[in-house]
Design a protein around this ligand. Structure first.
Ligand SMILES: [Zn+2]
Length: 60
């Protein structure tokens, strides 16, 4: 369960697992598709951020 600001009804809604319609793993993280309590289809990006392969070099 998580909360989401719906772009259709402009309400902060609690999203329950039963409302989730799909989960997709992308380069940007995990995209969760779900249906808001108002009936609008929504997506949310969650999970890990895109891993940075850039190494930080400390100038000593
Ligand atoms: Zn909604």
């Amino acid at each position: 369960m998580f909360d989401h600001h719906c772009t259709a009804c402009a309400q902060r809604q609690l999203i329950f697992p039963s409302q989730i319609t799909g989960v997709a793993n992308t380069d940007h993280g995990i995209v969760v598709s779900f249906t808001c309590a108002c009936g609008a289809g929504q997506t949310m990006l969650t999970g890990r951020r895109k891993a940075s392969t850039e190494k930080v070099t400390l100038a000593a």
